[in-house]
Design a protein around this ligand. Structure first.
Ligand SMILES: Cc1cc2nc3c(=O)[nH]c(=O)nc-3n(C[C@H](O)[C@H](O)[C@H](O)COP(=O)(O)O)c2cc1C
Length: 396
């Protein structure tokens, strides 16, 4: 989350300059304020107007034009930035940075900087491998500049190899990581997500509408905040967050088996998954045919209670359960809190608009032994941070 962070993006003259437009939109989507400085050569590749429109701010190119405002822009921009990000960073600008040259707006701001600097190099493989460029990168690294890796692949110039600009989503992830507090460093967290499927026959199952969005948001946020995250995911189509230990499961029993192996060594167990309470009593090996049947009865039997089973052998773990209710939310969730022996319950009213299954937002009440606190509608990502803040407060 980059809410209210001031990011000054420097764009230099490379073929990947157009990808910086995507970086601006991604930073803005995460709540950052973005201002852009382009080198003269960058404007050969992309029009400043595109950056101006996406960032909502004037784009800086010429160092002398703005002096008309009686504001020494290169100094005020350097003061304004919480982070200066160069993407794409050309071999030329990296060389100028390494030797303190300041012959345009971007390199002058970089010399007047008082905030951290991150660079995402992009260039032809031979330019990158050239000892001069390697030497320059070493100088910059020694100066504390954060150098992002490049990708390998087919380059615009026709060569194959290292030197491609890292994908914009990965660059924004690095920026995000840079600003994220690491208050869960080293904490072992198990997160469950998605909805279980209980097979009836080879093609049918009993399932539910859980998408896994809440669990994945928690896993991603916890990982960013430094935790060692195990994500037990039941039938979600979402992309597993980078860097988490990912375990894919199908049924409630599978979920319990996976959680059982991890529980004793974890410090936090968070369970937004929707495990089915029941499963068919018997599984039919062959597809059930409709022929000759007017009705079909499937007998169900109860599944194990995942949280109830684990919380019985709780040894200091912080446990968080979720309750999807359609009525008497607080009453039902408070009862569950006591019955399941967990530290707090995140309860959401699934019949409310924009809350519950598959939505990007949620409206929840967090219930612990002391109080029930209502939270207004917000993104599942924001809620994940709130839940993790509460866990940090409970950690020994
Ligand atoms: C079509 C084209 C593509 C270029 N792509 C790159 C590139 O990806 N990386 C790079 O370092 N230089 C690239 N250059 C060379 C730079 O534009 C050149 O070194 C320029 O002086 C960089 O200026 P700047 O750092 O002030 O933006 C390219 C040049 C052209 C004509």
């Amino acid at each position: 989350m980059l809410k209210n962070k001031n990011i000054l993006l420097g764009v230099t003259g490379g073929i990947a300059a157009y990808k910086a437009l995507d970086i601006v939109s991604r930073l803005k989507k995460q709540g950052a304020n973005v201002k852009v400085i382009m080198t003269d050569h960058a404007t050969e590749f992309v029009q400043p107007l595109s950056f101006q429109t996406l960032s909502g701010n004037v784009v800086y190119v010429d160092m002398f034009e703005k002096l008309a405002n009686m504001d020494v822009e290169h100094i005020s921009l350097a003061k304004w930035a919480d982070l200066i990000l160069l993407a794409p960073a050309s071999a030329n600008t990296l060389a100028k940075m390494a030797y303190g040259l300041c012959d345009n707006m971007l390199t002058t701001v970089l010399l007047a900087k008082r905030s951290p600097v991150m660079v995402a190099p992009a260039m032809n493989t031979y330019m990158l491998k050239n000892p001069r460029t390697q030497e320059n990168l070493k100088i910059l690294e020694k100066d504390g500049v954060h150098i992002l890796p490049t990708d390998a692949g087919h380059l615009a110039c026709g060569d194959d190899g290292e030197g491609k600009l890292l994908a914009p989503e990965k660059i924004v992830d690095f920026v995000d990581q840079f600003f994220t507090k690491k208050d869960l460093e080293g904490v072992d967290i198990v997160v469950t997500a998605g909805g279980t499927r209980e097979p009836i026959d080879p093609v049918r199952y009993i399932g539910n509408r859980s998408s896994g969005k809440m669990g994945y948001a928690i896993a991603k946020a916890a990982q960013r905040r430094g935790a060692k995250v195990h994500l037990i995911s039941a039938n979600s189509s979402l992309e597993p967050p980078l860097g988490v230990d990912f375990i894919s499961v199908q049924t409630t029993q599978d979920l319990l088996d996976a959680a059982d192996k991890l529980f004793d060594d974890c410090q936090v167990y968070i369970s937004p998954a929707a495990p089915s309470d029941f499963r068919p009593k018997s599984y039919q090996d062959q597809k059930i045919k409709r022929k000759g049947k007017d009705e079909l009865t499937i007998e169900l039997t109860q599944n194990p209670d995942v949280i109830g089973t684990l919380s019985k052998r709780k040894k200091g773990q912080i446990m968080v359960a979720f309750a999807a209710e359609s009525q008497n939310l607080v009453e039902h969730a408070s009862e569950k809190l006591a019955r399941k022996n967990v530290d707090f319950i995140v309860a959401n009213n699934i019949v409310k608009k924009d809350a519950g299954f598959s939505t990007d937002t949620n409206i929840v009440t967090i219930i612990d032994k002391e109080a029930a606190t209502d939270y207004a509608k917000q993104s599942k990502e924001d809620l994940a941070e709130i839940i993790l803040d509460k866990i940090v407060d409970l950690l020994p």
